[in-house]
Design a protein around this ligand. Structure first.
Ligand code: URP
Ligand code: ZN
Ligand code: ZN
Length: 469
């Protein structure tokens, strides 16, 4: 199968030009002006942007959490992603306590079996190095294409690890070339604050934020940075939400340390006051770290502009408001933590980042596709439009108006964080490795087309040969 994408404005991190992109099989084979080639399918992209398929480095599909399981499984989550222009994501395997990493990996692969619509890789969330996985087993994961270890410094009594486990994992990463990711919050201090609030009868959703002050995020971020420096590994801080954690990341990067951070779409748009919405509406915005005071939104825009933060993910972790979030109707600490977002990252960042002049188009591509691909060992297979790269391509119509609503979304959840937001600019056609996934508002590919991608180690490139091995 060959596809010619004609006359679009091709935008990568480095370039912005009008040209033709010719796809043969699964990869881009030629880029040029007015290409004279035969193609099985021609897409007229004049007046449109031709973007690399987006890479989301932080999602949770089919994950047991908070006394329930996320409503989006691999199929529904990836369909939502495809409609939003995301063609590859990295999801989290959560090691059940007492279980080996191999068993956890097998379990997570089973959940994706036959359901994949886009390509995906995995991070390994380490929860237990005593009874479960060993350091040796952890060290073997990069050979299987799992080249990042994630540690939760919060969720005491559930996923949280102590500093010993954190540091030992960092030491393994320094040896194996894996990237360490941290959910940075001081879980012990938060646990004290949550218990105190509940004892005082403070049960509404807003206490989710009031018991997780930004200093608890800043402290844990700094602790992880210092420990990673001692261990000698590279560090990636997930879902940075506030100035208190931006600052230590900025300082480490100024010193030239291998420290990176991401924020997520929602932190630019949802602030603390959303949690105060009446009739339990606030529960829709219970995710962690919590929505912060509005002043942090400008801090985050500056941080993504100035390369203090390197990526924007979704942390898609969707629950139903009616039936799952309601588990915490009388106790905010029982509301499953997480929010949806896979479908709207490009809509929102294009509208409020690019169209409103906060970042340029090249930087948008870098934050949503190229940097996630580079940091997580997917580049140049993923994350750019270039000869030899996978033909994961989004033809984006910058003038198409779209209103974001739960009623029209593809995620299975019953609400949308950005309900009613009107944007100008929307993905029109989405290709995965040369096959059309989305066209004319329809999913045209069948589940099963997506693949597991074995990722390269931090700082290394993923060649087609390695990916096929
Ligand atoms: O609230 C969130 N973010 N849920 C997903 C798990 C995590 O902490 O990333
Ligand atoms: Zn987290
Ligand atoms: Zn997450």
């Amino acid at each position: 199968m060959s596809v010619l994408i004609k006359g679009g404005r091709v935008i990568t991190t480095a370039d912005d030009y009008v040209g033709d992109v010719y796809v043969e099989g699964e990869t881009v084979s030629l880029i040029g002006e007015s290409l004279d080639v035969d193609a099985d399918k021609v897409i007229d992209a004049s007046g449109k942007y031709v973007l690399p398929g987006l890479v989301d480095p932080h999602t949770h599909l089919d994950m047991p959490f908070g006394g329930t399981t996320t409503i989006d499984d691999v199929e529904s989550g990836q369909i939502a992603a495809a409609f939003g222009g995301t063609t590859c994501h990295v999801d989290f395997i959560i090691q059940p306590q007492g279980s080996s990493f191999a068993d956890a990996f097998e379990d997570w692969r089973g959940k994706a079996d036959g359901k994949q619509v886009i390509d995906m890789g995995y991070h390994m969330a380490v929860t237990d190095l005593r009874e479960g996985g060993s350091l040796e087993e952890l060290a073997s994961l990069p050979d299987q294409g799992i080249t990042s270890y994630k540690l939760f410094m919060a969720y005491k009594g559930a996923l949280m690890v102590d500093d010993e486990t954190l540091f030992k994992t960092m030491e393994v990463a320094a040896e194996t070339g894996a990237l360490v990711m941290v959910h940075a919050e001081n879980g012990d201090a938060i646990d004290v604050l949550v218990k105190k609030a509940l004892a005082e009868g403070k049960t509404e959703p807003k206490y989710h934020a009031l018991t997780r002050p930004p200093e608890t995020e800043g402290e844990a971020t700094n602790r992880a940075i210092q420990l990673a420096h001692v261990a000698g590994c590279a560090l990636y801080v997930v879902h940075v939400s506030c100035q208190e954690s931006v600052e230590p990341i900025a300082l480490a990067r100024e010193k030239g340390w291998n420290v990176f951070g991401e924020t997520c779409t929602q932190y630019f748009f949802v602030d603390y006051t959303f949690l105060e919405r009446p009739n339990f509406e606030g529960a829709k915005y219970v995710y962690t770290p919590p929505p912060r005071d509005k002043a942090n939104q400008d801090v985050l825009w500056a941080a993504v502009r100035n390369d203090v933060l390197s990526a924007i993910s979704t942390d898609h972790c969707a629950f139903l408001w009616d039936g799952q979030k309601s588990l915490g109707k009388d106790d905010f600490s029982k509301i499953p933590n997480g929010g949806p977002g896979l479908e709207n990252r490009l809509h929102m960042i294009h509208e409020f980042g690019v169209r409103q002049g906060r970042i340029g188009l090249n930087r948008m591509v870098e934050l949503l596709a190229t940097n996630p691909a580079k940091l997580f060992g997917l580049y140049p297979k993923k994350g750019t439009v270039a000869v030899g790269s996978d033909a994961d391509i989004v033809v984006f119509d910058p003038s198409k108006k779209h209103t974001i609503t739960a009623a029209s979304q593809h995620s299975k959840t019953d609400y949308n964080l950005y309900e009613g937001t009107e944007v100008t600019g929307s993905p029109e056609t989405v290709l995965l490795r040369g096959s059309v996934l989305v066209e004319g508002g329809e999913l045209v590919a069948e589940p099963g087309i997506g693949q597991f991608v074995k990722r390269a180690r931090f700082g290394q490139q993923l060649t087609a040969v390695e990916a096929a091995a």
